[in-house]
Ligand binder design. Sequence first.
Ligand code: GUN
Length: 285
Amino acid sequence: MAQLIDGKAISQTIRGELTEEVARMKTAGITPKLAVVQVGEDPASTIYVRNKKRACEQIGIDYLTYNLAEETSEQELLDLINQLNRREDVHGILVQLPLPKQINEKDIILAISPDKDVDGFHPVNMGRLATGEDGFVSCTPAGVIELLKYSGVEIDGKSCTVVGRSNNVGKPAALLMLRENATVTICHSHTKDLKEKCKTADILICAIGKPKFINHEYIKKGAVVIDIGIHRLEGKKLCGDVDREDVMDLVSMITPVPGGVGPMTVTMLMANCVKAAKRLTGYKG
Ligand code: GUN
């Protein structure tokens, strides 16, 4: 029977470690500080921002929140980012996406200092990931690597298929698995023989965006399956990109939805904030 990878428990373990680390930093006079900017009142964004604030409180990270009006201009947001880039007491800057249509997301991501880019979305940090330099990694794929490591899954030399090629999830997940010495295949909507390519994978990472798309026909016996999708079905139940019941007898380990990858995203954001504060202050600890 497959083992479920408990993202909630792993997330709490990491948060415990971060809490101790932040306490040590505070004794040295350094308190990591995150600035969270929300433009408009998208209800999903409001929930995400609330979860980020709660995580900061749990770990002892200071935060500033900016709730800007829906009509805010791109220049006004750029001015705020520039001000936050210059502030020595602010170590991480997060602009919650999506943004209203008058604001170009790419311009905003480019304006955030790469050294405060705790989302890991800036092209400089994507480049650092691609070239193997130290930088900030997008939180969801960073969480995937932690889930695999905490679950004792060996990555080195394994074949890994990533389904999905978004800038924030699929591409960085593939680059991270490559950095861990997996042999990586990236699949997307134009891929021929998707089933066959998934079936070769020792580790299958699904970031497709279609509920229960992956069934037993895509799975190699004994594979480890990471399900990044999250969808609300009509009866309000949540599910992922993988039809978990259908693959359960084949896989060796799988992340549940909810309670798998989801809890790790905010935790890795917290880890990035602590890292940003260390890098910017020169704290060695
Ligand atoms: N909107 C949904 N997820 C995210 C995220 O991880 N970071 C930002 N900035 N916006 C988001």
